[in-house]
Design a binder for this molecule. Structure first.
Ligand code: GLY
Length: 408
């Protein structure tokens, strides 16, 4: 493919066809999984069950990605209005409530990803009291990870772990919506204040002057001084991990949506412009933006799916501000459409399922979880599937109500 082959936004027929394929796969995966959870990534393009962990059996609710499965079920409901998807999505609430009640695998900032999709949605839409309580408990737990005086949220691990102490990662911008929701739901501004400070710190330090982002950044937990950036899943400390940049587009846009801070909107634009300037001909990023066509490296379709959603969120933020931004908003929306079209044509599974006994199939192939560690390389993954379906939902359902940005 050459640059002149860049596809326009998919038309309604192509989008509908892609949605139908995704829904066929989701329907089969509901039957295959029941109340169990798939692994983070596929192995040979099929999801195994989540491996046993911490004395819990295979398929248990551990790790940072389990909520993308109920998140997809809510999207399927939004796309169809069919009660069976809503019923399936609601059936996961108890598992997430039990997880936070029992303190299972909570030492992570990814409580935002987990509880926004699994519990904030049913709390907001269905008035589900158990889900609301669980989401608030998760927000309270996330608040225990705020480190003063830096005012940052530690990303991973025990707060006393010297390797992780004071460390943030760019993905955390997607976790702050849980805190903004908690403030809206309770009237207690402390959650939103913490989210606002964290986002401002990331803007000041994880975003580099050349428009790229560090994957992770350390603060001195005692003095609050910013220390250094480092990668974990990117190619090098100073390269630009593609998924991190995509999280930056979407995350800074969402934090702007919640705060109205123009500096966060500018940061989202900076991330978007660098990302779009470093895409290969088919508009689906290689796993690190250092790599391009001919590099022999793998693409990360999940970075593309996240960016496709983030660019639309960015465009909506710009369009809401003033007419002067309309041309830029259109440019980002067009870029999102091109990426989505390429994902539909070259990366999505067809929804035919193949041999049923091989297990749940991904919606999107050719993602990369962690190339340096050799995990989930050129495989499907749960977040890629979720954001691909979110991009299709954004393209299909006018006025779709986003779980990341809607109040209450
Ligand atoms: N949030 C972890 C990742 O993107 O791999």
């Amino acid at each position: 493919m050459t640059a002149t082959d860049v596809r326009p936004s998919p038309d309604a027929g192509a989008t509908a066809h892609a949605v139908a394929a995704a829904l066929r796969t989701i329907g089969r995966n509901i039957d295959a999984l029941g109340d169990r959870y798939p692994a983070d990534t596929t192995a040979g393009n099929r999801y195994p069950l989540r491996p046993p962990a911490g004395g819990l059996p295979q398929g248990s609710n551990v790790g940072w990605t389990t909520s993308f499965w109920p998140g997809m079920l809510w999207l399927a409901y939004d796309l169809t209005g069919e009660e069976r998807y809503r019923h399936a999505a609601l059936s996961h609430v108890e598992s997430f409530a039990d997880r936070v009640d029992r303190g299972i695998d909570l030492d992570t900032h990814d409580l935002g990803f987990l509880y926004t999709l699994a519990c904030v949605i049913p709390a907001r839409r269905a008035g589900h009291r158990r889900a609301r309580g669980a989401a608030l408990a998760a927000a309270d737990h996330l608040m225990t990870r705020v480190l003063e005086p830096a005012g940052i949220i530690q990303a991973w691990g025990d707060l006393d772990d010297p390797r992780q102490r004071g460390r943030t990662i760019i993905d955390s911008l997607m976790n702050t919506p849980l805190l903004f929701w908690a403030s809206d739901a309770t009237g207690d501004h402390r959650y939103a204040d913490a989210a606002r400070r964290h986002a401002a710190q990331l803007r000041a330090h994880i975003l580099r002057p050349d428009g790229t982002t560090f994957h992770t950044y350390y603060w001195d937990a005692e003095t609050g001084a910013p220390l250094r950036g480092e990668t974990e899943q990117g190619h090098a400390d100073h390269s630009c991990w593609a998924r991190g940049q995509a999280w930056g587009i979407y995350g800074f846009s969402l934090n702007h949506r919640h705060t109205g801070d123009p500096a966060l909107l500018a940061a989202a634009r900076t991330c978007a412009d660098y990302f779009l300037d470093h895409l290969p001909a088919d508009r689906v990023a290689y796993w690190d933006l250092e790599f391009g066509d001919g590099s022999g490296q793998e693409r990360d379709s999940s970075a593309a799916a996240i960016a496709a959603c983030g660019l639309v969120e960015l465009a909506d933020n710009l369009a809401d501000r003033a007419d002067a931004y309309r041309a830029d908003a259109d440019r980002y929306r067009t870029a999102a459409g091109q990426i989505l079209h390429s994902l539909i044509d070259g990366y999505a599974t067809a929804g035919h399922g193949g041999e049923r006994q091989r297990g749940p199939e991904a919606l999107l192939r050719h993602g990369v979880y962690d190339k340096p560690k050799g995990i989930g390389v050129d495989e499907g993954n749960l977040w890629g599937d979720y954001f691909y379906l979110e991009a299709l939902t954004r393209a299909t359902v006018t006025g779709w109500s986003s779980p990341w940005s809607s109040p209450r």
